[in-house]
Design a protein around this ligand. Structure first.
Ligand SMILES: NC(=O)c1ccc[n+]([C@@H]2O[C@H](COP(=O)([O-])OP(=O)(O)OC[C@H]3O[C@@H](n4cnc5c(N)ncnc54)[C@H](OP(=O)(O)O)[C@@H]3O)[C@@H](O)[C@H]2O)c1
Length: 327
């Protein structure tokens, strides 16, 4: 079968053996698979991996065969894949043994995948294939950051630097569903307009003076995944005693910040990553209730995976970039 792999320092399309379902596993024919920034960075982190590894964490498709003992699914069921492996129940941090699908296990950028039935959820019927394929990792990450860690509630004001990121588009939609006011920034005029279209109340340029632009606003919660380029600026606009949640660092992992200002301001800083199966199910229930549709920027075929990676690396997208693995 056709797959997009990481092998000996390169990403490439490769013919890989068809997977078979071992006991407890299901083979899923992948329809669509969302690309995440993590996929772009794997080569740098694990590039010398000599064996071909199918990458990709997100995907949705149709159950094709069942391993021994699988009773929760039937052939033909439409499913989405939970990319968070071995994290079932809510907890302050992922349990020992937690991994993200697509390294070290074979991932979703292929025509088929064999995966534990425990990792599957029924595809929400209101979603198209590309919406379902691009959902799980970014939406789950956003959900945990916003509600479990950020404790967002109705009436709060949320600030998100970098409106166009895959996760940020979910943050905007989820926060609006919850009755919050949402303020975003972007370097692009077009993305600012798109953010407003999906519900952002205020959208300002990343390059503007945030303190001046946001005069009179009380920001209860910041969710910042841009990292070094924005962290200190985000703290500057957060209300005293407010919460800031970090789940990514697109621009830089390291920042200098003033501890004295931080403790005088009594700010609360939280780290977050992905989420548990319980949170995934809560998130799915919420998007069903609110008829929320993931924002899809562009769909590429699996053959065009390299081009899709280059496109995502350029950062021009608003929402998710998805690979179509089969029709
Ligand atoms: N821990 C986890 O479980 C987890 C899960 C998912 C993602 N992540 C991480 O979270 C981050 C976001 O991921 P993503 O895929 O949603 O988005 P992404 O594609 O990494 O988006 C990056 C955003 O950052 C902004 N940005 C990039 N460079 C910037 C700069 N120099 N100055 C200001 N803003 C800049 C862009 O905003 P504009 O283009 O709008 O200006 C863009 O919207 C990534 O670092 C990813 O690795 C972590």
């Amino acid at each position: 079968m056709k797959a997009f792999v990481m092998e000996a320092g390169q990403y490439k399309l490769k013919d890989m053996p068809e997977p078979t379902a071992q006991a407890g596993d299901v083979v899923v024919k992948i329809r669509d698979a969302g690309i995440n920034r993590r996929d772009l960075g794997l080569l740098k982190r694990y590039g010398d991996n000599p064996e071909a590894l199918i990458i990709g964490s997100d995907g949705a498709g149709v159950v094709e065969s069942l391993g021994e003992g699988v009773t929760d699914f039937e052939i033909g069921d439409e499913v989405i894949i939970n990319p968070g492996l071995r994290w079932e129940h809510n907890s302050d941090a992922p349990p020992e043994g937690f991994d993200i699908l697509g390294m070290p296990d074979h991932g979703t950028f292929a025509e088929k995948i064999a995966i534990s039935a425990q990792q599957l959820e029924k595809k929400p019927v209101h979603l198209s294939w590309e919406e379902a394929g691009g959902l799980a990792l970014p939406a789950l990450t956003g959900y945990r950051a916003l509600f479990t860690k950020g404790q967002l509630k109705k009436g709060d004001t949320l600030f998100i630097p970098g409106a166009g990121s895959g996760v940020a588009t979910f943050l905007i939609q989820f926060a609006k569903n919850a009755g919050a006011t949402v303020i975003v920034t972007s370097r692009s005029e077009e993305k600012l307009a798109q953010a407003k279209e999906i519900g952002a109340d205020i959208a300002i340029s990343t390059d503007s003076d945030w303190v001046k632009e946001l005069e009179g606003q009380t920001i209860d919660l910041v969710i910042d995944s841009v990292g070094g380029a924005t962290f200190n600026r985000s703290l500057e606009v957060l209300k005293k005693g407010g919460r800031i949640v970090i789940f990514g660092a697109t621009t830089a992992d390291n920042v200098d910040f003033n501890l004295r200002s931080f403790f005088y301001g009594q700010y609360q800083l939280f780290g977050s990553t992905m989420g548990s199966r319980e949170e995934l199910r809560d998130m799915i229930q919420q998007i069903e209730q609110h008829d929320t549709h993931p924002v899809i920027d562009r769909v590429f075929s699996l053959d065009e995976a390299r081009e899709a990676f280059d496109y995502l690396a350029e950062g021009k997208q608003f929402g998710k970039v998805v690979l179509r693995a089969s029709e």
